[in-house]
Design a protein around this ligand. Structure first.
Ligand code: ADP
Ligand code: GLC
Length: 493
């Protein structure tokens, strides 16, 4: 077995090029960690219209690449090459027809109707690029439904191919709720053969299910925390995939996400008003003061701030949090700062909150990376009331920024936050189980009372949290073990 593997990531998002959520953080950082371990890692991404080419150094590799789809249809695209921090080559697939528009998956929260074509094409294009460039990856590592079909194409289209027949595939599931389920009328174009259109492989109640196809065809599967791996195998968090995941037995593992501490470290973060470390928290006090000013809150270091940075999606529990905030503000001296966007009704509700509680609640509706960093740095607590959370990155950032997480105990939140013990002062955050506004308000109350009444515990937890390390090194090694397992499986077959 070769020590150095050739690994091709195929993904729909990657920091700093295109991001809607944590998937982009992972695809933008895990390859760097694998590269540091000595592997040849490359990434394939769509060249979305939102990617500003003037900010990149791009080299045109192929002017016109022919990508065959089902039913004898041909699509033409170009391939550019850039780099992720000079280390990791990134192949950009340029197709005006499919990616020459502002959104990644949607615009104004409405999905593009040709998403099945767009992402099936991306999967095919990634493999065609390997053939045209004579790049023979050991592993193709795909992420979520948009690129899951790459695993199916590898087996069904490229089983005998001189370049790709030895390549194994790994699918990482970042979120089981998004499966890419589309009308069967797209199946002909996708071109995977009707013999595979049955409930064990690509069919789902008469429709096509991209993720299910990946679950069947990938040589190995992972998700982004051990607890979520268990939850998806054994509870309705599997969103209908439980039995298919169980059928894969030991091929399905949970590997915790890491943090890119080059981007998320209060000691060096250029996006926050002042840097700080555990040894000298004066910078954090400045960040708090500036945050209170920026969000028009009462400027007072003695009032704890609870921060939120989130997609406004059903998963995140922000409907419950909205009720809980009203309850908390009735009884407690506390402030809330909320940053997020997505669901229109929630956007409207959170936009109104500051006028209902002037000086006590600040909100910004939109996507703003600088503000996200600033909230992590300036708040005292960070809340994630998720109904489910495959891993969650913000609680990991919060720990590093000494901003104690308040989380629902699910998925990666359960795995990464250590419960506060009032008797001993141990722990790094506050966890609760019941999924309702009362439980959230009670836990906020517990955290806030710790801030006021057991401040020495608060300070010790803050130190402990800042020392917790969730770097990529260890997780990258676990991925390499999965790659080797996938390769061994491929060779056996
Ligand atoms: P998910 O991927 O489910 O949205 P994660 O916690 O894994 O959840 O990752 C969310 C990522 O997206 C974090 O990097 C977070 O800072 C970022 N993010 C979410 N919403 C916003 C926003 N409105 N502005 C800036 N960054 C955001
Ligand atoms: C998904 C999940 C989130 C996870 C991220 C990166 O968006 O919702 O929990 O951290 O993917 O894996």
């Amino acid at each position: 077995m070769a020590n150095s593997l050739k690994i091709l990531f195929v993904a729909s998002e990657c920091v700093p090029f295109a991001k809607t959520g944590g998937l982009a953080d992972v695809v933008g950082s895990l390859p760097k960690a694998l590269h540091a371990l000595g592997h040849d890692v490359r990434i394939v991404l769509p060249k979305y219209a939102s990617i500003d080419p003037s900010r990149l150094t791009l080299q045109r590799l192929q002017e016109s690449m022919c990508v065959r789809m089902g039913g004898g249809q041909e699509e033409w695209c170009a391939v550019d090459m850039g780099h992720l921090e000079k280390e990791v080559p990134v192949y950009f697939i340029e197709s005006w027809k499919f990616f020459g528009r502002p959104g990644i998956y949607n615009e104004n929260n409405i999905d593009y109707t040709d998403n099945p074509q767009r992402f099936a094409f991306l999967c095919r294009a990634a493999l065609q690029m390997c053939i045209d460039q004579q790049f023979q990856p050991d592993i193709v590592h795909v992420h979520d439904w948009p690129t899951a079909l790459t695993a199916a194409y590898l087996k069904i289209w490229h089983g005998q191919d001189p370049v790709l027949s030895k390549t194994a595939s790994v699918l990482t599931i970042h979120n089981m709720q998004y499966q890419g389920v589309f009308s069967a009328r797209h199946y002909e174009y996708i071109g995977l053969g009707w013999q595979h259109f049955h409930s064990g492989q690509l069919e789902d109640h008469g429709r096509i299910n991209f993720l299910k196809g990946g679950i069947f065809f990938a040589d190995a599967l992972t998700t982004v925390s051990p607890t979520y791996a268990e939850e998806t195998r054994h509870s309705d968090l599997g969103a209908g995939m439980q039995s298919y995941l169980r059928a894969r037995g030991g091929d399905y593992a949970g590997i915790l996400n890491g943090v890119d501490y080059e981007d998320w470290d209060p000691a060096s973060d250029p996006l926050i008003p002042a840097n700080y470390t555990g040894a000298d928290l004066s910078g954090k006090a400045r960040c708090k003061e500036e945050l209170q000013r920026a969000f028009q809150l009462e400027v007072d270091p003695g009032i704890p701030i609870v921060g939120v940075v989130s997609r406004f999606a059903g998963q995140k529990g922000l409907d419950l949090l909205y009720e809980a905030i009203h309850r908390s503000l009735k009884h407690m001296r506390v402030q809330f700062v909320i940053l997020g966007s997505g669901d229109k009704e929630l956007e409207w509700k959170y936009m109104q909150l500051p006028s209902l509680y002037p000086g006590r609640v600040g909100s910004f509706i939109g996507y703003d990376n600088r503000k996200a960093h600033w909230i992590e740095a300036g708040a005292d607590f960070f809340i994630m009331p998720s109904h489910y959370e495959p891993c969650g990155l913000n609680q990991l950032y919060s720990l590093k920024y000494g901003t104690l997480p308040i989380v629902r105990s699910t998925g990666g939140l359960a795995d990464t936050v250590e419960q506060y013990e009032e008797a001993t002062g141990q722990g790094t955050g506050f966890k609760y189980r019941d999924n309702n506004p009362g439980a959230i308000a009670d836990t906020v109350g517990w955290a806030v009372s710790t801030f006021y009444d057991r401040h020495e515990h608060y300070l010790a937890m803050q130190q402990r949290a800042m020392q917790r390390h969730f770097g990529w090194e260890e997780s990258a090694r676990k991925y390499v073990a999965v790659y080797l397992q996938a390769l061994a499986k491929k060779r056996r077959s």
